[in-house]
Design a protein around this ligand. Structure first.
Ligand code: G6P
Length: 607
């Protein structure tokens, strides 16, 4: 979703800002813009469409050492040049870029217009430029603070002003803002991805905090002008992690990075002597964990499906009742928060607005929340009581792959940890740790079958509809598989518990509807084979993801993708990988924009 970048220092700001915008492209956007303070004026250029279209519009001699830039993902007002950011005040002396939603934007707009301001766009964001214009104060920072006191809603905001050379004012409430500290220069962005090329020292603003940024440093205050103290922290991520390298797409890269990502998620966390997991960031003692009577997993999209699969692992290994719920629904049903329930928020980006709101709802009501988060230092990671970092490395493709598998690895570690505090024996713990350690090699084996999977995908991509079926944790895999296929290939795909086939979807099964069946060799194997037979009896093609390629599976399914055997509780991790490859190959075969599917954003920072 919307991205913001700012620069103040000795360099020419334009290339720095444009390169920063490119780094944020993966989040999804529909227009882009830039504002630069030149020697004499404030210059603003914007364009609907891609950043390249903006670049094509820029005059060759646009020079200045202070600037801000934005990629917009439309919420209020259609994507257009006019609605693109930056927005300026009536006199075009100050410019703002904004992420978030101004909830009282309509009322403020009416008030500003009544006072004689002329607003040129349909956006809520433009209101901010005019509010700052109207605000009194002896510095730009003071005026921004005064203006924001009138605002209800969320913002990650950058402001530059012709009258304040070498200065950017930034503010945050609910939408991330990160400062990058350089040598006599400062960077600022909504995402560290835009900063890592320039610096490895960053400062995350907190909600209701305002920063005044100059080449030589920065100062911060609260919205009511009380100074705050911030210490730069190091970022471990390097610039190369955001490069596609030899891979045709980021999604391809991220699928193939899974063995190393899983190794990272496991590193330093396995205690083989006692068959336990070390999870230093939980901030919960064994005694605290003994009191847990229920576990609730919360997340959106793939993070929710990972939660569904993880709930099976947790319940099986700990015997603690566990379920998963979409974070986007959770707070709207006025949830009962119990003190002996452990809430776990799952988020790759750590910035998903609905997941963050769920975390806040739990904490407001006195509950404890752990975060399973990929982006270090992100808002959800910081607001949770403790957590486990995925260590998947940056995930750029909109469709989540390595973060999904790493989430399940983290949940497996947590399940072993909690299980060992309860009934799980040391030998069971050791066996499970051994199985976790084998996962990277087993994922490589699946990836080596990529060619065969591409062949199977050719059959699916000719179709308009597909079904995914599974049982228990396999149903969560089916949900994630269907989600991947529909979001990147645009083939309509639905997931069903195999047990529910007879209760509806069988009516639609025909030779034109392929079914991907998740078929682990577990207690439900025989029943799942019967479900497949029901599909085949209606001439429905079946692709089985199974451990065996024996005569029974061969007879039951048209195609079989064999996945190495692991502990049954870890099957969902391995069985997901072929579904990622199937979706990827279908999307490539159909010529889709694999990494940036239409209408979707990587990080959904608005409700
Ligand atoms: C968006 C993305 C999905 C992702 C979901 C949750 O919908 O397109 O790929 O699963 O957000 O994102 P999060 O960053 O919280 O895991």
């Amino acid at each position: 979703m919307c991205g913001i970048v700012g620069y103040v220092g000795g360099q020419d700001a334009v290339p720095v800002l444009l390169e920063g915008l490119h780094r944020l492209e993966y989040r999804g956007y529909d227009s882009a813009g830039i504002a630069v303070r030149t020697k004499t004026a404030l210059r603003v250029h914007k364009s609907e469409g891609r950043i390249q279209q903006l670049e094509a519009k820029l005059p060759a001699r646009l020079r200045g050492t202070t600037g801000i830039a934005h990629t917009r993902w439309a919420t209020h007002g259609e994507p257009s040049d006019r609605n693109a950011h930056p927005h300026v005040d009536c006199e075009s002396v100050l410019a703002v870029v904004h992420n978030g939603i101004i909830e009282n934007g309509t009322a403020l707009r009416a008030e500003l217009e009544a006072a004689g301001h002329t607003l040129r766009s349909e956006t809520d964001s433009e209101v901010l430029a005019h509010l700052i214009e109207a605000a009194e104060g002896d510095s730009l920072e003071a005026r921004v603070r005064r203006a924001l006191a009138r605002v209800e809603g969320t913002y990650g905001l950058l402001v530059i002003d012709r009258a304040s050379p070498d200065r950017i004012v930034a503010a945050r409430n609910g939408s991330p803002v990160v400062l990058g500290v350089g040598d006599k220069e400062m960077f600022v962005a909504s995402d560290v991805a835009a900063l890592v090329r320039h610096t490895d020292r960053v400062v995350y603003l907190d909600d209701r905090e305002v920063a005044s940024i100059r080449p030589g440093g920065f100062s911060t205050t609260t919205l009511d002008a009380k100074p705050t103290t911030k210490t730069p922290s190091p970022v471990a991520v390097t610039d190369e992690a955001y490069e596609r390298g030899e891979h045709p797409h980021f999604m391809h890269k991220e699928i193939h990075e899974q063995p190393e990502a899983v190794e990272r998620a496991l590193r330093g966390r396995l205690d083989r002597d006692f068959g336990v997991a070390h999870l230093g960031g939980l901030n919960l003692s064994a005694r605290d964990l003994l009191d847990v009577r229920r576990i609730k997993l919360l997340g959106c999209g793939s993070a929710f499906y990972a939660g569904l699969a993880g709930a099976h692992m947790l319940e099986r290994l700990t015997r603690i009742p566990t379920d998963a719920e979409p974070a986007s629904e959770f707070r709207y049903r006025c949830p009962v928060i119990e003190k002996d329930t452990l809430y776990i928020a799952i988020s790759q980006s750590g910035e998903t607005a609905d997941t963050l709101a769920a975390v806040r709802e739990v904490r407001r009501k006195g509950g404890r929340v752990l975060g399973i988060v990929n982006a270090v230092g992100s808002t959800i990671a910081r607001e949770c009581d403790g957590g486990i970092y995925m260590h998947a490395g940056p995930e750029v493709a909109v469709a989540s792959t390595k973060a999904f598998t790493c989430t399940l690895v983290c949940l497996a570690l947590l399940a072993i940890h909690l299980g060992r505090i309860r009934d799980l024996s040391p030998s069971d713990g050791k066996r499970l740790l051994g199985a976790l350690e084998r996962l990277p090699g087993q994922i490589r084996e699946i990836l080596d079958r990529g060619e065969a999977i591409r062949g199977i995908a050719r059959g699916i991509m000719k179709r308009q509809d597909a079904f995914f079926i599974g049982r228990a944790a396999g149903y969560a895999v089916a949900l994630e598989g269907a989600q991947k296929l529909k979001e990147i290939s645009y083939i309509h795909a639905e997931a069903y518990p195999a047990s529910e086939l007879k209760h509806g979807p069988l009516a639609l099964v025909s030779a034109k509807t392929p079914t991907v069946a998740i078929l682990p060799d577990d207690d439900l194997y025989e029943k799942s084979l019967s479900s497949i037979e029901e599909i085949r009896a209606r001439r429905g093609p079946v692709i089985a993801i199974a451990h065996d390629d024996d005569s029974r599976v061969r007879e039951a399914a048209d195609d079989v993708i064999v996945v190495p055997r692991s502990e049954p509780v870890l099957d969902s991790i391995l069985m997901t990988v072929p579904t990622q490859l199937l979706a990827y190959e279908c999307a490539v075969g159909l010529g889709r924009d694999v990494d940036q599917p239409r209408n979707l954003a990587k990080s959904v920072t608005v409700e």
